[in-house]
Design a protein around this ligand. Structure first.
Ligand SMILES: Cc1cc2nc3c(=O)[nH]c(=O)nc-3n(C[C@H](O)[C@H](O)[C@H](O)COP(=O)(O)OP(=O)(O)OC[C@H]3O[C@@H](n4cnc5c(N)ncnc54)[C@H](O)[C@@H]3O)c2cc1C
Length: 485
């Protein structure tokens, strides 16, 4: 008797592409037919603000994926439901014998997968999970003692040593699209039907397609990567890849990025080689924070370093609000907050500066800033955001030491010497020479020549950095001393 053909679902999550997709490749090659599905998960979406750049980007990326699948003779079955219920329901609806998907390492995603596995178990159906989002998954790079790394440099060295061509080889999913099932996926729900409002037309919309991602990568490799080691710290110039939103939703595979960086490394020497090496290190940071959070999920709730759980943050609401609104009187900080508020993106150097300023100058608990970024960033990624915040607050794994506190004015002089970035986001200063913008309170007479009065046209500094620095040192020392008692 002929056995019945194998039919699987492929569940897209943070891998919204057809090309170089490990789970999709495995589904297509291990089954006779594959039905692609995507769930707008109510458990996640119901928590979000009704106008949300990430949801708008995701919605655009799903519409594009659906169109590509239709062009390939199939379709994307889209549901607006709770993932843990929708997947078993779809299995029953289509009579599938397995569900294939790529691993997601966030604690909530892990719990969702455990619930889906239980529900599918009851139907006798497996959830097949594959590594796709990272080069090395959580337990592939361990210390000699078999423990997860908590310090980046030895992790990076071990990562580089372990890297073999098979780790970044392309998964040729595109060659097997004929195994996609002809299916009617129904209409794509509108953003409004999902309960969200469209963004204002003035909002910058990164093109939510793999082609949009490829354009950014091509520009970066052609024009920027050679000088990346220096340019990456200068917010006024297009000196980084701007791929983070695409990496968040998996519109390009991380293997593709590693292949691009290795090609740049092999084809260059000297400073250009260092540029490409430095960029590859950023991709290693991404793996590092994923594996860290996987092994330390409680870092989502509070400081990884226990001695800092009792830090006495001041948590002044007015100061926190001034930071959120970009009204601190420190132009680089305020310009950075204007960038995140108006575009959903913030330059990495400025994420460090604003996070340091909130925690060490304003003495506000880093979790408040972390939560603010989580809503404001279009590239929000729990592992990277938590890692970045705990780095800046000195509470995390391999953090900035608590006694090395950024001076916002020095950071401004160093990384935006001509005030070009500041002027772009704080137009009140557009005619003022950059040298007066790093510490404007020291140049009130000069600013008056340009019609600017502090406290009227631009805020006076909300705190004195030198005083607050000493206060921050005190509260960190007190927490350390208390922990030793
Ligand atoms: C407080 C704070 C919060 C952050 N929150 C996030 C976040 O929510 N999402 C996010 O993707 N990154 C976050 N980062 C890391 C970093 O700022 C961004 O990844 C980077 O600015 C994105 O710009 P890019 O794509 O041009 O990066 P590039 O410099 O071109 O780097 C290439 C890619 O490497 C990855 N990457 C770079 N730096 C890091 C890092 N430190 N940790 C993990 N991955 C990294 C990103 O995927 C990035 O697209 C945060 C950093 C800090 C200090």
């Amino acid at each position: 008797m002929a056995s019945s053909p194998l039919l699987a679902l492929f569940w897209f999550r943070r891998d919204l592409r057809l090309a170089d997709n490990v789970g999709l490749f495995r589904a297509l090659t291990e089954n006779d037919a594959v039905i692609p599905v995507f769930i707008f998960d109510k458990d996640i979406l119901d928590e979000l603000p009704r106008q949300d750049r990430r949801v708008a980007f995701l919605h655009g990326a799903i519409a594009d994926l659906k169109a590509r699948l239709q062009a390939a003779g199939s379709d994307l079955v889209v549901r607006h439901a709770r993932g843990r219920e929708a997947i078993p329901a779809l299995v029953k609806e289509f009579g599938a014998s397995a569900v294939f998907t790529n691993e997601d390492y966030e604690p909530d995603a892990h719990q969702r997968d455990a619930a889906v596995i239980d529900a599918l178990d009851a139907l006798g159906i497996p959830l097949r999970l594959f590594k796709d989002t990272v080069i090395f998954s959580s337990s592939e790079i361990l210390t000699k003692q078999g423990r997860p790394y908590t310090v980046f440099t030895p992790y990076k060295n071990a990562w580089r040593k372990a890297l073999k061509p098979e780790h970044y080889a392309e998964a040729p999913s595109m060659d097997h699209l004929k195994s996609l099932k002809k299916v009617d996926g129904g209409k794509m729900p509108t953003l409004e039907a999902l309960g969200f409002e469209p963004l204002s037309s003035k909002d910058p919309h990164p093109e939510p397609t793999p082609d949009g991602a490829s354009k950014r990568l091509d520009r970066f490799v052609a024009k920027v990567i050679d000088g990346y080691k220096q340019s990456r710290d200068l917010p006024a110039v297009p000196g980084t890849s701007y791929l983070s939103v695409y990496n968040r939703f998996g519109l390009l595979s991380v293997r593709h990025l590693v292949r691009a960086s290795l090609k740049a490394i092999e084809g260059s020497q000297g400073a250009a080689r260092e540029g490409a090496e430095t960029w590859l290190s950023e991709l290693v940071w991404r793996d590092f924070y994923f594996q860290f959070l996987y092994h330390h999920p409680t870092a989502v709730d509070g400081p990884y370093r226990e001695e800092y759980t009792a830090l006495e943050w001041e948590n002044d609401d007015g100061l926190f609000q001034a930071w959120c609104d970009g009204q601190t009187g420190y132009p680089l900080v305020d310009a950075a907050m204007a960038q995140i508020n108006s575009t959903g993106y913030m330059h990495n150097r400025l994420r460090m500066v604003t996070a340091s300023f909130l925690t060490k100058d304003l003495l506000v608990d880093y979790r408040k800033g972390e939560a603010y970024f989580a809503v404001a960033l279009i590239d929000y990624d729990q592992a990277a955001n938590n890692g970045g915040w705990q780095w800046a607050a000195s509470t995390g794994c391999d953090p900035q030491p608590y006694f090395r506190i950024f001076s916002p004015s020095r950071q401004s002089e160093r990384y935006d010497p001509d005030g070009e970035f500041i002027k772009r986001f704080l137009p009140v200063f557009k005619d003022v020479p950059g040298k007066y913008l790093h510490a404007p309170w020291e140049h009130t007479a000069k600013l008056a020549e340009y019609g600017i009065e502090l406290g009227k046209h631009y805020p006076k500094p909300v705190v004195d950095h030198d005083e607050r620095r000493l206060k921050a040192l005190d509260i960190f020392k007190a927490a350390r001393a208390a922990a030793q008692r």
